[in-house]
Structure formats: C-alpha cells, structure tokens
Design a protein around this ligand. Structure first.
Ligand code: HEC
Ligand code: HEC
Ligand code: HEC
Ligand code: HEC
Length: 153
C-alpha cells in the first residue's frame, strides 16, 4: 500500500516537472517571428527571403545529424544560450532559424506594449558578431551586410 502511494507520488512529481518545462516555453520572453507578423508584415516577408530564414535547414548540407549537434545549432537558431530561447525541435520548433529576436532581442514585452523603447531598435555589430565570428566569417562587413537582413526593400 505504501509502495503504491510512493509510485503515485513519484508519477505526479514527474508530470509536474514536465508541465514546468512546457510552461517555461509558453511564458518565455522569445516568441518567434509569427508574433511580429501581425504588425510588421512587410519586414517578415522580406526576412523570409534571406539565408537567415533557412539557417536551421541548411545545417543538413553538412549532414542530417548536424541539426542535433548543439555546437552547430547554437548559431542557426534564436538565443540558444538564453533563458526562454531555443532548446530543441521538440520543445521550441518555433525558434529555429536566425529570426527577428536573434538580432532584436526578446520581443514579448514590446509585442504587448507596442512601445519601440521595449525592443533593440538597431542591433549593432556586436549582435552580429556573436555568430559572424572571425572563425565563421572572416570578411564580415557590418555596413554592407546590415542592409541585407530584411531582404530586398
Ligand atoms: C501589436 C503590434 C506589434 C507587434 C506584435 C510587434 N511590434 Fe514592433 N513595433 C510596433 C509599433 C507600433 C512600433 C513603433 C512604430 C514604428 O516605428 O513603426 C514598433 C517598432 C518596432 C521596432 C523599431 C523600434 C524603433 O525604435 O524604431 C522594432 C525593431 C520592432 N518593432 C521589432 C519587433 C519584433 C522583433 C517583434 C516580434 C517579436 C515586434 N516588433 C512585434 C508594433 C508591434
Ligand atoms: C559561431 C557561430 C556558428 C557556429 C558554431 C556554426 N555556424 Fe554555420 N554559419 C555561421 C555563419 C555566421 C554562417 C554564414 C557565414 C557566411 O556567410 O560566410 C554560417 C553558414 C553555414 C552554412 C551555410 C553555408 C552556405 O554556403 O550556405 C552551413 C551549411 C553551416 N553554417 C553549417 C554549420 C555546421 C554543420 C556547424 C557545426 C559543425 C556550424 N555551421 C556551426 C555561424 C556558425
Ligand atoms: C540579422 C539581424 C536582424 C534580423 C534577423 C532582423 N532584423 Fe530588424 N533590424 C536589424 C538591423 C541591423 C536594423 C537597423 C537597420 C538600419 O539602421 O538601417 C533593423 C531594423 C528594424 C526595424 C526598424 C527599421 C525598419 O527597417 O523598419 C524593424 C521594425 C525591424 N528591424 C523589425 C524586424 C522584424 C519584425 C524581424 C523579423 C522578421 C527582423 N527585424 C529581423 C537587424 C535584424
Ligand atoms: C544567431 C546567429 C546569427 C546572428 C545573431 C546573425 N547572423 Fe547572419 N547568419 C547566420 C547564419 C547561420 C548564416 C548562414 C545562413 C545560411 O546560409 O543557412 C548567416 C548569414 C548571413 C548573411 C547572408 C550570407 C552573407 O554572409 O552574406 C548576411 C548578409 C548576414 N548573415 C548578416 C548578418 C548581420 C548584419 C547580423 C547582425 C545585424 C547578423 N547576420 C546576425 C547567423 C547569425
């Protein structure tokens, strides 16, 4: 009898842990680009034509398994090292690829307030350099490349 209670208690604990993980995603600060589309439809449309919008799928060019290698994934998704950022394709498929919030930072507060002060308005070179490192992109030129991030105007 006591043993059965213990098993039930452990099962409840396991379920609550799983629920806690799901909740962290729902209330995390990163939302994914679909949340921006409502008010910035043109920017979303342009971004979709850029290589950033295929960054996760493109990992496969170097082998299907690369999509599961954290050392590769981290620069091909949104905010993998941050709280509320990409975890894996089971938990956070909406945060794959190099989306808006990879450059502009978490958007939940801004999406609710619509206040420009709640979002990084003009991501500087340092934001790009977290991924466009010397090792990955030796000739990175911010002035030229920052004009390309939203696609053709
Ligand atoms: C409910 C509407 C709404 C949503 C959703 C929204 N925004 Fe905005 N955003 C605005 C408004 C309004 C402005 C200010 C008007 C303008 O400058 O166009 C703005 C301005 C901005 C600016 C420029 C800030 C500045 O100082 O010029 C950026 C960058 C931005 N939004 C990014 C995002 C991102 C990224 C998302 C998704 C995570 C997002 N927005 C979601 C309404 C929204
Ligand atoms: C430090 C960040 C970073 C890491 C880690 C990283 N990448 Fe990338 N990756 C980039 C950047 C930045 C580019 C774009 C470089 C450019 O345009 O010259 C890129 C481009 C690519 C491309 C596209 C190439 C093309 O010609 O379209 C592939 C494929 C790729 N990476 C696969 C990988 C794989 C596989 C790994 C792990 C072994 C990996 N990346 C790890 C940042 C990174
Ligand atoms: C690779 C980084 C990067 C990504 C991805 C990106 N942006 Fe930007 N965004 C920038 C930079 C850099 C600027 C400033 C450009 C300038 O000063 O000319 C900017 C400016 C803006 C602005 C204000 C000026 C304007 O052009 O309207 C808005 C709004 C905006 N971005 C929304 C978005 C949304 C929405 C997405 C996703 C669909 C997105 N951005 C994706 C880097 C990025
Ligand atoms: C989260 C990582 C990450 C961030 C942040 C990031 N990029 Fe990238 N960028 C990539 C990856 C990965 C690719 C390659 C995508 C592919 O081809 O699959 C890429 C490709 C590009 C390309 C197209 C290929 C090229 O080199 O011409 C441009 C342009 C670019 N990035 C500009 C920028 C600029 C400007 C910023 C900052 C405002 C920035 N990126 C921020 C990861 C990132």
């Amino acid at each position: 009898m006591n043993r059965l209670l213990l098993i039930v208690a452990l099962a409840c604990f396991a379920v609550s842990l799983a629920a806690a993980v799901v909740r962290a995603e729902l209330f995390g600060d990163y939302m994914g680009y679909t949340a921006c589309a409502e008010c910035h439809a043109d920017v979303v449309k342009g971004w979709k034509t850029t290589p950033h919008a295929n960054a996760f799928d493109d990992l496969k060019q170097q082998g299907e398994e690369k999509q599961s290698v954290p050392g590769c994934v981290r620069c091909h998704v949104v905010a993998m090292d941050a709280d509320g950022g990409f975890i894996d394709m089971d938990l956070t498929p909406e945060l794959k690829d190099v989306q808006c919030e990879a450059c502009h930072g978490p958007g939940r507060k801004h999406a609710a307030s619509q206040d420009p002060a709640d979002i990084v308005a003009r991501p500087g070179e340092a934001a790009c350099r977290t991924c466009h490192t010397e090792g990955q992109d030796r000739n990175f030129d911010y002035t030229v490349k920052s004009r390309l991030v939203h696609g053709e105007k």
